[in-house]
Design a protein around this ligand. Structure first.
Ligand code: FPP
Length: 263
């Protein structure tokens, strides 16, 4: 049974958007300049700061970024360590700034495999920025959407008992919130997914939440990504017609159309 206190998080009257970003191309950016890959990641962190600053005024309330996938463990240990060090430094440095700006930092993914000092930086940044109302920055670290969904299904309660027991979409949503460590707070559906770096795939990122996401790909390598790229992606997003499986419904709001399709 899903408690009645369970709700979609709706902080503003205006529709505000959830943008997810696969920040790809750091390594190539560095190689093109004869630099070590870690420099590409470091400059990628600066690009993230630019995007974070621009997002609220472009109507974004939730920004989810793919920093380290569960499959990134296949990278050489030196690169993994450099990335972990960069994430830790970023979180320590950004927490105070985000707190001041009303940006709430949340981390999703399997934390226990990450270095302890990074885990501590993640928890500390989350504590320090909790309740920030301007924007939620969700950083996916050691994240796999399929693993997350499998866990949510295992924890979910079927609607009916017996051999034909089914899991409703709401039951999975509810369980996912627990897996994400935010009981009772649903991770909003992704409105727009951006991937930099020229590849056009989802790479196991927010598969459930991207069910009706609009996709926007650019060949720009992540360290070169500017606020203007985000603005261009959002401009195109606003020109697209989203019907969520219905026929075109002039005048219907995004939320109304989406709710019509909910079971
Ligand atoms: C993919 O580029 C990028 C990553 C695996 C790391 C993402 C990290 C950042 C953008 C740093 C900033 C983020 C935070 C949270 C501080 P790649 O290395 O696969 O690039 P390539 O495809 O050119 O090799």
């Amino acid at each position: 049974m899903i408690p009645s206190t369970y709700h979609h998080r709706d902080r503003a009257q205006l529709p505000r958007l959830h943008v997810a970003i696969i920040m790809d191309g750091n390594g190539r950016w560095a190689s093109l300049r004869g630099l070590p890959r870690r420099q590409g990641h470091a400059v990628g962190a600066v690009a993230l700061r630019r995007v974070l600053e621009a997002a609220p005024s472009l109507g974004v309330s939730d920004l989810s970024v793919y920093a380290f996938s569960a499959d990134n463990w296949k990278r050489p240990p030196e690169e993994r360590l450099e990335l972990f060090r960069l994430f830790e430094r970023y979180l320590l440095e950004e927490a105070a700034r985000c707190q001041q700006e009303g940006v709430e930092i949340r981390c999703i993914g399997w934390r226990h495999r990450l270095p302890e000092s990074l885990q501590e930086a993640m928890s500390s940044a989350e504590r320090q920025t909790a309740g920030g109302r301007h924007l939620t920055l969700r950083i996916a670290l050691d994240y796999s959407s399929r693993a997350t969904l499998a866990q949510a299904a295992a924890w979910a309660t079927p609607e009916d008992a017996g051999p034909l027991a089914t899991l409703s979409r709401q039951a999975i949503d509810y369980s996912l919130a627990n897996v994400y460590g935010e009981p009772g707070r649903r991770l909003p559906e992704v409105d727009l997914l951006i991937r930099s770096g020229g590849q056009q795939r989802l790479s196991d990122f927010l598969l459930w939440e991207c069910a009706y996401a609009e996709l926007w790909f650019t060949g720009t390598l992540w360290p070169d990504f500017e606020a203007s790229h985000l603005a261009a992606a959002l401009d195109e997003f606003r020109r697209r017609q989203r019907t969520f499986g219905a026929l075109s419904t002039p005048g219907a709001t995004r939320t109304e159309v989406a709710a019509g399709g909910m079971r």
